[in-house]
Design a protein around this ligand. Structure first.
Ligand code: NAD
Length: 501
């Protein structure tokens, strides 16, 4: 399928395109598409319709071993790892061009596979392509150092790729999370093995074909679809993997650190979950606009967002008015057909996640929070949950502490700035936080004290490639994007040269 203009496409256009798709279902090992060694497959299901899209190769230990051996050989042979940075850049820019040319197809695969609205998937593609271009352009501008030693020596500090990087990614932004991991790792000269989520493997397999077409040598970029407890675990325990770059839940992040300890002490970069607080102070100028942004900040992507602003902290003297405005804003964010460009929310990724979200809603009611909107699922084969808002939530309630990963907002009240900061920081997580206020002194005071990798002031989720993204506390230890992520995928080597007088 070749370049398609996406701006003017209607629901009917997307449906037609969906009917024409050829879906790759096999693993990509070395430079070929192959079945899993065991012949096993798993079903990829469209959560908006319940239809089976494809039966995908279910990789396991044998496939992981094969891919790791091939990745290592490619690394040692140097066709990519020792290729001059400028030449690596050219290949990655070619891959970005190919992704641009196949943007509609890649976006559609993500939407069909995990239920997100097509408009949101197209936004992800722009993010993924931009990420690839950014790291490709950076790699020939990253210098080593000459240390300030005495005259009798020359201390060189060189940057070298790590070796074999296994990237394990989630399903909520399938191709964008993939790009955040693989772009800097490939640019730095590593061999990369990608394990997409079993809930959204299709775009990653299409990407493998584009990477081959762009000219990445065999073994440098491989894709192993399959489950976490099979092929994911095998990669994490492998003695041949030098680095695990993970995005996913905190629980699995903790397991990966154990696997690294049980095997070869591979480095482990984690981007994990969140329960992000969004603080609204009474001095805000335009409460209608803030309420709209606060609703988008939780309901975007059906709430299946690591930085979903799932805890809304509102100053008590405006709380009642503000919650009314929030309800009005959420009314316009109902779920709809993911192939309709007008849909703000799509379907939940699968029945497990759908049921998990509904269970949290039930617990919220049982624990005494006030359900102000949503709460019940729609009937039919599609897994849709409307925007759900609870007021009067307290930190002891499950919906106030645990990551739900769905369209459920918990509203808390506060009276003072100190109380707001304490409530915000009362969490195991530290991924994102928001501050809405017109008082610059307050903004600076509060921003500094929030325990969070990202603080958004009078916006939510403002970002581009130039700034790092990641969490503190149990939200993780790595940083995606910006030159900081590029540095994570290389090692420093010191070469000490004695200079004879
Ligand atoms: P998950 O942790 O269940 O799975 C993530 C990936 O890990 C999948 O590919 C899965 O197959 C794999 N996996 C699972 N068990 C494994 C094991 N034992 N060994 C190796 N691999 C294993 O998470 P998910 O449900 O796919 O995604 C949702 C989570 O991701 C949420 O917690 C969300 O906050 C988080 N997330 C974080 C960020 C971020 O940048 N911080 C971004 C997106 C999503």
């Amino acid at each position: 399928m070749t370049e398609t203009k996406t701006d003017a496409m209607t629901r009917a256009d997307w449906q037609r395109l969906a009917g024409e798709l050829t879906i790759e279902t096999r693993a990509f090992i070395d430079d070929a598409f192959v079945d899993a060694e065991s012949g096993e497959t798993f079903a990829s299901i469209n959560p908006a319709t319940g239809d089976t899209l494809a039966e995908v190769a279910s990789c396991d230990v044998a496939d992981a071993d094969k891919a790791v051996a091939r990745a290592r050989r490619a690394f040692d042979e140097g066709a990519w790892s020792r290729r001059p940075p400028g030449a690596r850049k050219a290949v990655l820019l070619r891959l970005a061009e190919l992704m641009e040319a196949h943007k509609a197809e890649l976006a559609l695969l993500d939407t069909l596979d995990m239920g997100k609205p097509i408009g949101s998937s197209l936004g992800d593609m722009s993010g993924a392509i931009g990420c690839l271009r950014h790291h490709a352009e950076s790699i020939d501008k990253l210098y080593g150092e000459v240390a300030p030693t005495g005259d009798d020596a020359l201390g060189l500090v060189l940057r070298e790729p790590l070796g074999v990087v296994a990237s394990i990614v989630p399903w909520n932004f399938p191709l964008m999370m993939t790009a955040w991991k693989i772009a800097p790792a490939l640019a730095a000269g590593n061999s990369v093995i990608l394990k997409p989520s079993e809930k959204s493997p299709l775009s990653a397999l299409r990407l493998a074909a584009l990477a081959r077409e762009a000219g990445l040598p065999g073994g440098v970029f491989q894709v192993l679809p399959g489950f976490g407890h099979t092929v994911g675990k095998a990669l994490a325990l492998s003695m041949g993997v030098d680095c695990l770059a993970f995005t996913g839940s905190t629980a699995v992040g903790k397991q990966l650190m154990q696997y690294a300890g049980q095997s070869n002490l591979k480095r482990v970069y984690l981007e994990c979950g969140g329960k992000s607080p969004n603080l609204v102070f009474a001095d805000c100028k335009d409460l209608d606009a803030v309420a709209r942004h606060a609703a988008e900040a939780i309901f975007h992507n059906q709430g299946e967002v690591c930085i979903a602003a799932s805890r809304l902290l509102v100053e008590n003297r405006i709380r009642e008015t503000f919650v009314d405005k929030l309800l009005a804003a959420a009314e316009h964010m109902q779920p709809g057909d993911p192939l309709d460009p007008a849909s703000f929310m799509g379907a939940m990724v699968d029945r497990t996640q759908y049921q998990r979200v509904l269970d949290y809603i039930r617990r919220g009611v049982e624990e005494g929070a006030t359900l102000r909107s949503g709460g019940s699922a729609t009937e039919g084969p599609g897994l849709f949950i409307p925007p759900t808002i609870f007021d009067g939530v307290s930190p002891s309630m499950a919906i106030g502490r645990e990551e739900i990963f769905g369209p459920v907002l918990s509203v808390f009240g506060f009276d003072t700035e100190e109380e707001a900061i304490a409530l915000a920081n009362d969490s195991d997580y530290g991924l994102a936080a928001g501050v809405w206020s017109q008082d610059i002194d307050r903004i600076m005071r509060v921003s500094r004290r929030l325990q969070s990798g990202q603080v958004y002031v009078n916006n939510w989720a403002g970002m581009d490639q130039t700034v790092p993204f990641g969490g503190v506390k149990q939200s993780g230890n790595g940083r995606d994007k910006s030159h900081h992520s590029l540095e994570e995928y290389s090692d420093l080597k010191t070469v000490w040269i004695s200079l004879t007088p």
